[in-house]
Design a protein around this ligand. Structure first.
Ligand SMILES: Cc1cc2nc3c(=O)[nH]c(=O)nc-3n(C[C@H](O)[C@H](O)[C@H](O)COP(=O)(O)O)c2cc1C
Length: 181
């Protein structure tokens, strides 16, 4: 799939078929995440692949009942937890180099969008899930101190076609020479 097509047609998928995801396909999407850019190539991301249905059920419970992706974490053939090693991205000799502190959210976000686009190009679905209890998820997955869980995504074959929520027009979000201009 062409990159611009993949960007435009990727949708958040919240209902999945039972069809399993084979190891080679899984490795392809994880490899796409691995090739993401990162601060000074620090690659703070780590990925936990969850196939065990008991662990998926526990992770699903870290999302509130109202989160529309909750069932998907439980029912998709697998879930991926994107984690980050803290105080690496945006740091030099142990000190943050910018007013934004730790850039792990940025780096993991890029890696996970790479993963989402690669998955979509192979006919798979994902949804970035940020609204969950990340501390509980870390406990469930045995994530050590110095790392955190950033996002979860289910991964599997979509069982529906999702509609695209509208986007702001370029004229609302792009300025030239001066913000707001
Ligand atoms: C950082 C981030 C966190 C998100 N968290 C959730 C979530 O907790 N639950 C959910 O159902 N969707 C979540 N989404 C998906 C967005 O709702 C979705 O990307 C947006 O509505 C646009 O739809 P599209 O992905 O189909 O283009 C999240 C997306 C991002 C980028």
């Amino acid at each position: 799939m062409e990159v611009l097509d993949a960007i435009r047609t990727r949708r958040s998928i919240r209902r999945y078929k039972n069809t399993p995801v084979d190891d080679r396909t899984l490795e392809t999407v994880l490899d796409a995440a691995r090739w993401a850019p990162s601060w000074a190539n620090t690659q703070c991301w780590r990925f936990v692949v969850v196939r065990d249905s008991g662990v998926k059920a526990k992770l699903a419970e870290t999302l509130s009942g109202g989160n529309p992706a909750r069932e998907a974490i439980q029912n998709a053939p697998l879930a991926i937890a994107a984690c980050a090693k803290l105080e690496r991205s945006g740091f030099y000799r142990g000190e943050p180099t910018t007013d934004k502190g730790d850039w792990f959210m940025f780096d993991v976000g890029i890696a996970m969008e790479n993963l989402a686009l690669a998955a979509h190009s192979l006919g798979l679905g994902t949804v970035h899930v940020g609204a969950f209890d990340a501390k509980k998820a870390a406990e469930i997955l045995g994530v050590p101190d110095g790392y955190c869980v950033v996002e979860l995504t289910p991964l599997g074959y979509p069982d529906h076609e999702a509609k695209a929520p509208p986007r702001k027009e370029l004229s609302e979000i792009v300025f030239y020479d001066r913000f707001g201009g």
